[in-house]
Design a protein around this ligand. Structure first.
Ligand SMILES: [Fe+2]
Length: 355
């Protein structure tokens, strides 16, 4: 560990605590070539450094040093990788009892971790009352209000404005890529299932599809990581006044180069506006990606019954539904991802003293 790094991470009451983001000491006030004057081990096993210059003393718990070690091995160990899945997950989807999740922190933590690992969860025994979606959403974060209001009623109606309000089948997609930020955690609560047995829900792991593309066709994968794709929702008329537009890369990578998000919805794509020489390759890459997420081998399929809800990470899991007849009624809303991940980390810290 570098001397400067060690001095910068002194967490005494005078310097403040960088681990928690509460810092008083300014980086510019530290000599960049600082060195220790004396290094000792305390009787309790902590590392103590007296620094040359002002004689400031810093003490480090060995566990803290291990948890914050930045060797490539330690960084790799701390990396949490998603569990990729496909249709083999059918029949093995764990379900959670809503009231237990609300009442019991340890069960809530298990479910949150499962959402972090797999991108979705199914909850049972959510009372079939219209307002229960507010209580459901409150488990994960704060409802983000849009032009739909706080909650959107998914009912087939003759006055449909969008495909979701019909009874047609809908292909796998991520929701609302025409917004910035894109809705994070997306939830659906079933109040009424269609009488005909149709209207089944389909989920697809977008990370698994992107990983397949990465292994099978790296050039097309790279293109989808680079080229921003335009998405739109324009409804400007007597009824609506909506002109949402945003560009998103179909696949986003994090600073490790791992897949961090996918944004796929060919229904909301606006005319491609990338450079002319990329038009054909981008179409090829999009078609390849779409064929991967439309493949039945990628599907997890189930029918939401009244009182069931599904919660999914809209930046990873694509959703779809089969056609139906009759009076299906789903209520849906979304909350931002950062609030969900904040609650997950806080729960982990409270229960395991870990982030
Ligand atoms: Fe949708």
């Amino acid at each position: 560990m570098h001397h400067l790094w060690l001095r910068d991470n002194c967490a005494c009451s005078q310097c403040g605590d960088r681990s928690g983001g509460h810092r008083y000491l300014e980086l510019g006030s530290i000599d960049p070539d600082i060195t220790p004057d004396e290094v000792t081990l305390t009787t309790t096993g902590s590392l103590q450094i007296r620094w040359k210059g002002d004689g400031h003393i810093t003490t480090y718990l060995p566990t803290w040093l291990r948890e914050n070690c930045y060797s490539s091995e330690s960084l790799a160990e701390r990396q949490r990788l998603p569990v990729l899945w496909d249709s083999a997950l059918n029949g093995h989807i764990p379900e959670w009892n809503f009231e237990e999740v609300v009442a019991d922190e340890s069960i809530r933590l298990l479910m949150f971790q499962r959402i972090d690992d797999y991108g979705f969860a199914i909850l049972n025994a959510v009372p079939t009352l219209a307002d229960e979606i507010e209580r459901l959403a409150a488990v994960f974060g704060f409802i983000r209000q849009t032009h739909y209001g706080r909650v959107f009623d998914l009912i087939s109606t003759p006055q449909q404005r969008i495909l979701a309000q019909t009874a047609h089948a809908i292909r796998p997609h991520n929701d609302e890529n025409f917004r910035n930020p894109i809705p994070g955690l997306f939830m659906m609560h079933c109040l009424q299932a269609s009488e005909c047995g149709g209207g089944a829900s389909i989920l697809v792991d977008g990370f698994n599809a992107a990983q397949k593309l990465r292994s099978d066709n790296k050039d097309l994968f790279d293109l989808l990581c680079e080229v921003p794709i335009p998405h739109r929702r324009f409804l400007v008329d007597d009824v609506d006044d909506v002109a949402l537009a945003a560009h998103w890369r179909t696949i986003e990578l994090n600073h490790h180069g791992d897949i961090e998000a996918v944004h796929i919805n060919e229904r909301t794509m606006a005319p491609l506006d990338t450079s002319a020489e990329l038009i054909e390759p981008v179409y090829r890459a999009l078609r390849e990606m779409l064929s991967l997420v439309y493949d039945a081998q990628a599907f997890v399929q189930y029918r939401l019954e009244p009182g069931q809800a599904v919660v999914m990470d809209n930046h990873r899991v694509l959703h779809a539904r089969t056609a139906f007849n009759g009076n299906r009624h789903i209520r849906q809303c979304h909350v931002d991802r950062d609030e969900f991940f904040s609650r997950l980390r806080a729960l982990r810290r409270r229960t395991h003293n870990a982030v």
